[in-house]
Design a protein around this ligand. Structure first.
Ligand SMILES: [Zn+2]
Length: 344
């Protein structure tokens, strides 16, 4: 399958600042080992951004020495909110604030520009699919998994028999907005956490950067008076971003914060265990790049907070979403490859 003449699929991960590109062959082998980044220019609106993706497409082919005629399809992933078919929400978001993005068919526009079939996924689903393939390899099509990815919000995805579950309206796998029990999770006197979506006590209201800034850090600073991050002049958004580096050094307050996040993810996985009973649970986000001791501690806390039946505990796997920076592009490419195989 790895003959130089074989057809290929290109994966394009569209982020707030950068596009990252990759190439995969029909057997699922990636032809690019590193990040290949170019500016995404999404803030300048869709016309400029589609052109920037076309440039990313040309650049990855040039760099890999692959002729454009060999490309059979393209996988695109972006942050949400967007429909299952890649139409950007009219609500707007950080990346897609330019008015031209409202209800813009990003997938369709890229398909027209490149003259190639484009498969769309949100970045959480793409990373979830990549983690699934890395974990299960040739058995990917027989297995199921759930991924929780902690970032500004809480993203992820649900994979069943090697395929991303999208749902009737495209909202399957919106794991951040699943309600979880708060009993035994919150500290004494800790306010009920509220999510940007309007829910109180969902996963994202605890396990996200926004949750650290709005709820977890303000509360835990009252329990650790005199903490460096509570000193006058330290602003909360900045403190929320650096609290993980304290956790890596074993800071007790930071560990309390991340233990709450791990418990929230464990409670989400407990729901999954009773719902689809997956073969594997993956955790992604900044924690993947943290110090090994902290990373292992966090994953162990997630596992400990996931209540499984004995039969489940015997067969299940817990792991990190690998290659954080490349997971989106690689997952997008695999989804496009899978859609070709599915229609072969
Ligand atoms: Zn929510």
């Amino acid at each position: 399958m790895k003959t130089p003449e074989s057809w290929v699929v290109v994966g394009l991960d569209n982020g707030g600042n950068k596009n990252n590109a990759t190439i995969v062959d029909p057997s699922g082998q990636f032809l690019v080992d590193a990040m290949v980044e170019t500016p995404s220019r999404v803030l300048e609106g869709p016309v400029v951004a589609v052109e920037a993706l076309a440039e990313a497409f040309t650049a990855i082919l040039a760099r890999s020495g692959v002729a454009s005629e060999r490309v059979r399809a393209v996988g695109l992933d972006t942050p949400g909110p967007a429909s299952a078919d890649g139409v950007i929400s009219s609500r707007g978001s950080t990346n897609f604030a330019h008015p031209g993005w409202r209800d813009f068919d990003f997938r369709g526009a890229l398909e027209d520009r490149l003259g190639l079939r484009v498969t769309y996924n949100n970045d959480g689903n793409a990373a979830a699919l990549y983690a699934h393939y890395v974990c299960f390899g040739k058995e990917a099509g027989l297995r199921s998994s759930i991924s929780a990815i902690v970032g500004t919000g809480l993203g992820g995805g649900v994979i069943e028999a090697g395929r991303i579950i999208r749902g009737a309206a495209g909202f399957a796998g919106e794991l951040g907005h699943v309600h979880i029990p708060m009993d035994g999770l919150l500290g004494e006197g800790q306010p009920l956490p509220r999510c940007n979506c309007g829910f109180v006590g969902d996963v994202e209201s605890v396990a996200s950067l926004i949750a650290i800034e709005h709820n977890l850090l303000p509360y835990w600073l009252t329990r650790f008076p005199g903490h460096e991050l509570g000193q006058p002049g330290v602003d909360m958004p900045k403190a929320a971003k650096i609290v993980r580096s304290y956790g890596e050094k074993g800071d007790p307050m930071a560990r309390q914060i991340f233990e709450q996040q791990a418990k929230a993810i464990g409670r989400l996985f407990t729901i999954a265990a009773n719902f689809t009973d997956p073969d594997a649970y993956f955790v992604g986000g900044g924690v993947v790049e943290s110090a090994p001791e902290f990373r292992d501690w966090f994953l162990a806390k997630v596992r400990e907070s996931t209540l499984l039946k004995e039969e489940q505990a015997r067969v299940v796997r817990f792991a990190l979403v690998p290659d954080r920076d490349m997971a989106g592009a690689r997952g997008a490419a695999l989804a496009a490859l899978e859609s070709l195989h599915g229609n072969a």
